[in-house]
Write a protein that binds this ligand. Structure first.
Ligand SMILES: [Zn+2]
Length: 303
């Protein structure tokens, strides 16, 4: 039995994962750090939340920590050697989470970038199972990713790499949080898609993502909505074509809130990609992630 933990920008989800990536039990808590400016307090709050979730997982399911052979943690940013780094939403710069968890639980603790973890889960147990050369793209607030060639996850030695969100697709383009201009995620993120839909179609600034989706779906045949979606997918297809032309993948799987639109987006993307793919016999499958919100937890136990 292993424990997988997925640390997001606003919540922590943990689960007990059994054989073949089966999620046996899951706990989720919100992290509310609005009132906390002190990095040390955020770190101890994060530890408290993780400890609380692990306790609940074990108690509710009649396990002890002795049943757990490993703890894996999926985190945003660029974790390195067990240290979580640059968690912008949580205001954590550097925190040796692996060491802290190891002190408490005396078991192996592994930490990896969340896009990679979710990709591993999709590759092992989900939408990418049957492909040997493939990519996973989690398009939500930002863009997370993982690439597999010959069934192996491609991994640089130093940083997680594969920052597809920050490949430049427009020379003098939009300003990105990373400091550059024209990064893929400033055009492709669902956060941006939602914000622009709200401003373009004069919706209430507080409109929820579900409401935006309903509006887009109900009006997809209207010229203004069609043009808006087309413009968004033109940009997405430029980024995708770069990935396809570099890695020659057989499939790309989409996770994150982008996946809620896959039935509308994928047929359009297929058409838009045709003129952008270098090798004319390359025609990768575009598929929807299967494990969705559980992918980070499940993938974290495979690292
Ligand atoms: Zn950027």
């Amino acid at each position: 039995m292993k424990i997988g933990i997925d640390i997001g920008g606003s919540h922590v989800a943990s689960g007990i994962v059994g054989k073949d990536g089966k999620l046996i039990a899951k706990e989720t808590r919100d992290i509310n750090i609005n009132q906390i400016n002190d990095e040390k307090r955020v770190e101890s709050l994060l530890l408290e939340i993780i400890e609380g979730e692990i306790r609940l997982l074990l108690d509710k399911n009649d396990y002890t920590i002795g049943d757990i052979t490993k703890i894996g943690v999926a985190v945003p940013g660029s974790p390195k050697n067990g240290v979580i780094r640059n968690l912008v939403n949580l205001h954590i710069k550097e925190f040796n989470l692996a060491e802290e968890l190891n002190k408490i639980y005396k078991t192996t603790v592994k930490i990896k970038n969340d896009g990679k973890c979710a990709g591993i889960a999709e590759k092992e147990y989900g939408s990418l199972k049957k492909y040997s050369d493939c990519a996973f793209l989690c398009i939500g607030t930002g863009v997370g990713s993982a690439v597999f060639l010959n069934d192996e996850l491609l991994e640089p030695k130093n940083n997680p790499g594969f920052e597809f969100g920050h490949i430049i697709i427009e020379k003098n383009g939009r300003k990105c949080n990373c400091g550059k201009n024209g990064c893929f995620e400033t055009y492709a993120s669902m956060k941006r898609f939602k914000a622009e839909a709200i401003s373009n179609f004069n919706m209430d600034p507080n409109t929820e993502a579900e409401e935006v989706q309903r509006f887009i779906r109900n009006n997809i045949e209207k010229k203004s909505v069609k043009e808006f979606v087309d413009e968004y997918l033109d940009n997405v297809s430029i980024g995708l074509s770069n990935i396809i032309n570099i890695f020659e993948v057989e499939a790309i799987s989409f996770g994150g809130s982008f996946s809620y639109y896959c039935d509308i987006f994928i047929p359009k993307l297929k058409e838009k990609l045709k003129p952008l793919i270098f090798n004319k016999d390359t025609n990768p499958d575009l598929v929807t992630a299967k494990l969705m919100n559980d992918a980070g937890i499940i993938g974290a136990t495979e690292i």
